[in-house]
Design a protein around this ligand. Structure first.
Ligand SMILES: C[S@@+](CC[C@H](N)C(=O)[O-])C[C@H]1O[C@@H](n2cnc3c(N)ncnc32)[C@H](O)[C@@H]1O
Length: 235
């Protein structure tokens, strides 16, 4: 999505309802708890943390003992993020833009709740992944929860589909929209690459890439996946 469309979508009213709807509601609460537990493990004493697309600062707020920073595009989300994170630098920045001042700076970098899919092209997504890599310290960790096209569609999409042609057919991912309020609020044409494709993108930048799964929120459901990437490759 274009910058102005994201700022319009994440306006004051949307920001005010965001945490209740997407982090605290019964359907999502166990994922939020799994993420807080994972962050707690990754934030060992002395680890610094940059949360990219930090939204309302909900996750940052839970770890006051940690040196933290956040960036987001939406002034409305950042306004809420500043509450309870008074000491935390929170900058209005686009995650696609380089920021060399932060290269090798952060022990943990994260980008949560599918924010990486709010781009128009795979090139833009790769720009974000390259920035996450750049901003992660050489001994640091990058944590990115993944939007799983198989969970979104309920269809067991293959990464490689059979074909009679000589070439390989790769199902790179899906494009999807989240339509609310009769279309007045729409996350338009988000990208959700297949998990295998996402792991490959991180493997370009990190020697160790693990895909973990959260506990299933309900019996019969699959847990959401997340990438945990370590051993940053040198420039
Ligand atoms: C679904 S919310 C996730 C917020 C937060 N990460 C969380 O887990 O609660 C997506 C966030 O991504 C931000 N965002 C989208 N595109 C962005 C971009 N290009 N640069 C920085 N932030 C962006 C939005 O403003 C919004 O706050």
């Amino acid at each position: 999505m274009k910058r102005d469309a994201i700022v319009r979508l994440y306006d004051d009213d949307y920001a005010a309802k965001y945490e209740q709807e997407f982090l605290l509601a019964p359907l999502v609460r166990s994922d939020t708890e799994a993420e807080l537990a994972l962050l707690g493990k990754l934030l060992t004493p002395g680890t610094t943390w940059l949360d990219v697309a930090c939204g309302t600062g909900f996750f940052l707020r839970h770890f006051p003992q940690v040196e933290r920073a956040g960036i987001d595009l939406s002034p409305a989300m950042l306004k809420l993020a500043r509450q309870g994170n008074e000491e935390v630098p929170l900058l209005q920045r686009d995650f696609r833009d380089p920021f060399p001042e932060w290269n090798d700076r952060w022990g943990l970098t994260s980008c949560m709740w599918y924010a990486y899919g709010l781009v128009d092209t795979i090139d833009d997504m790769q720009r974000l992944i390259e920035n996450l890599w750049a901003w992660t310290a050489p001994s640091g960790t990058c944590f990115v929860p993944l939007a799983d096209p198989r969970l979104i569609t309920g269809v067991d999409l293959p990464y490689q589909a059979p074909t009679h042609n000589a070439g390989k057919v790769m199902i790179t991912g899906i494009m999807w929209s989240y339509v609310e309020d009769d279309g007045r609020k729409t996350h338009s044409h988000m990208l959700a690459p297949n998990i295998e494709f996402m792991a490959e993108q991180f493997e370009r930048y990190f020697d160790h890439v693990e895909v973990v799964r959260y506990p299933a929120p309900f019996p019969g459901w699959a847990g959401r996946p997340a990438v945990i990437a370590t051993r940053k490759k040198p420039r």
